[in-house]
Design a protein around this ligand. Sequence first.
Ligand SMILES: Nc1ncnc2c1ncn2[C@@H]1O[C@H](COP(=O)(O)OP(=O)(O)OP(=O)(O)O)[C@@H](O)[C@H]1O
Length: 280
Amino acid sequence: MKTLFSARTENHDEPDLVEHVQQPGGLVADNISAWFGDHKVLDRVSLSMAAGEVTALIGPSGCGKSTFLRILNRMHEMIPSASLFGEVRLDGDDIYAPSQRITSARRNIGMVFQKANPFPAMSIYDNTISGLKLAGIRATRAEKDLLVEDSLRKASLWDEVKDRLEQPGGGLSGGQQQRLCIARSLAVSPRVLLMDEPCSALDPTSTRRVEETIESLRGQVTVVIVTHNMQQAARVSSQCAFFLAAQNTPGVIVEYGATEAMFAHPQDDRTSDYVNGRFG
Ligand SMILES: Nc1ncnc2c1ncn2[C@@H]1O[C@H](COP(=O)(O)OP(=O)(O)OP(=O)(O)O)[C@@H](O)[C@H]1O
């Protein structure tokens, strides 16, 4: 992913024009435990998410997949009662180290939510680049034009909206709004994109478009996606982690590996039961 724009870095007061290239990052979660108050919801979960690959997190409701995802970009700590133990490293750098700014984690590790959340009254153009200001990135109009087109193309939305970029984002269909949110995340050139059930509110056609978008991002950004849809996990991911929380116990990863192998020859009976729809 290569984008030309000016960046205000955390160490400089003045923006300077840089050729900004962000490669996909390898993400490692090491020994993660998490709590809401004294309710422990994850127990010593470790997972490597390979750079440029798509990793799917699957498992029944309530086993801690979304909590784990939020820990990967420091959103968990926004919940007042929430706490965690363990380490998350992006290409070896601990994102929770005291020297690391939360804004830097968010910039490098973007997130797309279950429900599309564009700014409804803001134009499609401005929605796409709305993350730049927050990320401290400045760009000229010409650079923004390039970035808007590039991001909307990556999100497979450009052809549908190129003639109405000044119209409000809220006027798009649900599926288009979700792809607009993906474009908005991509515009700040993240190294990792987290997706929390991004298709659960979409019809089959929109779901297919989002899956095509995910497929096209392979190699450009590391994707971690939570999904309840086993077919979707099989279609889009190369790696898969199966989470499970047995009754009244915190969530753990039961099995992790190449998606194809996990679906064809699961090692654990519980994985087999889940991927074959026998529970959950
Ligand atoms: N904000 C919160 N406050 C208190 N408890 C929470 C909060 N968010 C989640 N939990 C609890 O943490 C546990 C894990 O929830 P989480 O949403 O991470 O699971 P999940 O596997 O993503 O579920 P789903 O597939 O239904 O989205 C559940 O017991 C849930 O009730």
